[in-house]
Design a protein around this ligand. Structure first.
Ligand code: GLC
Length: 397
């Protein structure tokens, strides 16, 4: 299944954006329930234009959008029949998910849905077996059956009323086994991929945040890593501590070269906009991603036992060509291979699209018993102009 590797946009959006703090501000800032939940009556994102979001994702080369339909606060971003704690009861009044689904359909963007297992609003949202229960109602006791019925009804709506779905992203493993939920999703959405944070094993793993994969190892299970543009929040944060472009590009290149997908997250604000602080980072990363000409998707491992001097590389193959990924860049303006399968027909630096020169050279620093050894020497990488980018070199043997 590793062929399913794609680049996507994760969107954490709810009325928590009004706090400007975090998607879990209710718990993390210990806000009184009344104060937090009444924010829904102030939620009126009149600038919401999902087509803009879809076009931003498209511009960045992304193939899917994963949207938070219900986060831990329990608030529903669609017109569910099963709760009044929902977007259509806010001053805004419209089904935000429907609008996004329509915009995705119009632009050929795949849609994935995020759904939180913890629920801090539902009378029986409390699950003592799981984590992230801080604000759940405990005064009603535990009634797992009643809550699961609610989840089932809601997930049925989500899988019925919003067109074809690409993946289903449960969040926070409930540590309750209920395989019939995933079975229902698969029946309603044939071909869907389901993650590993739900009521059954699912199809793919979901490492998140600063997860650092081991270079060179390919994922053996379908994997989708995710991180947010900023360190402190997945939802909109007024004063976010943004990661460096270098850090994010390096993670995306590493995960995708290993066969995984990558979901990069933004938090739109309470007006419904992806503000320039977030948008320009998506565009910058997308600019790099687009110059990779699709080399990060649908590839396979290159099994040749290369010996690459001094740099960590992940080598993949696609359409008969090899791709040398250097997620942290190369340490100098050249790379040298001691073991290689032949003389290249062409060598190209995807970052610039330009040919690099390649020759067999005797390199004095790489020697055996004082004798310089011949290497395939690829030179002329403009590293100082690419200091915040992962470097990818294409070789046609
Ligand atoms: C973590 C966060 C949660 C977020 C999720 C995304 O579990 O606690 O808020 O939605 O990551 O993967």
């Amino acid at each position: 299944m590793t062929h399913e590797n794609k680049f996507g946009l994760f969107i954490h959006w709810g009325f928590y954006a009004l706090t400007g703090i975090q998607e879990q501000a209710f718990a993390r800032m210990n806000m009184p329930r009344e104060e937090y939940e009444s924010l829904m009556y102030r939620f009126n994102p009149v600038q919401y234009d999902p087509e803009k979001w879809v076009l931003l994702a498209k511009e960045a080369g992304m193939e899917y959008i994963c949207f938070t339909t219900k986060h831990h606060d329990g608030f529903c971003m669609w017109d569910t029949k099963y709760s009044d704690y929902k977007i259509t009861r806010t001053p805004y009044g419209k089904d935000t998910l429907k609008m996004l689904a329509d915009a995705c359909a119009k632009h050929g963007m795949k849609l994935s849905l995020y759904y939180s297992c913890p629920d801090w609003h539902h009378a029986f949202g409390y699950n003592p077996a799981s984590t992230h229960q801080w604000k759940a109602h405990t005064e009603n006791g535990v009634n797992t059956a009643a809550y699961l019925e609610y989840v089932r009804n809601q997930v049925r709506e989500l899988c019925t009323n919003y067109g074809p779905l690409y993946t289903f992203f449960w969040d926070i493993p409930p540590r309750i086994k209920e395989p019939s939920l995933n079975e229902m999703i698969r029946e309603l959405q044939p071909g869907i991929f389901i993650n590993d944070r739900g009521y059954d094993t699912g199809d793919f793993s979901t490492p998140e945040r600063e997860y650092r994969a081991v270079d060179g190892e390919r994922f053996t299970r379908m994997t989708e890593a995710c991180n947010s543009l900023g360190e402190q929040s997945w939802g909109y944060r007024e004063h976010e501590d943004f990661y460096s472009i270098r850090f994010l590009i390096s993670a995306i290149d590493r995960i995708m070269a290993m066969g995984g997908s990558y979901l990069l997250n933004v938090g739109p604000n309470a007006e419904g906009e992806i503000t320039e602080d977030y948008a320009r980072r998506i565009r910058r990363i997308g600019d790099w991603y687009n110059r990779m000409e699709g080399a990060l998707t649908c590839h396979e491992a290159d099994d040749f036992q290369y010996k690459i001097r001094g740099n960590n590389a992940i080598v993949t193959k696609k359409n008969g060509k090899s791709y040398f990924h250097f997620p942290d860049g190369t340490r100098s303006s050249s790379i040298a291979l001691q073991y290689f399968p032949g003389i290249p027909k062409s060598v190209r630096l995807l970052n610039t699209g330009k040919e690099l020169s390649a020759s067999i050279d005797l390199l004095p620093e790489y020697q055996s018993n004082g004798q310089a050894l011949p290497h395939l020497h690829i030179t002329g990488i403009p590293i100082d102009d690419l200091s915040d980018e992962a470097i990818v070199i294409e070789i046609d043997w």
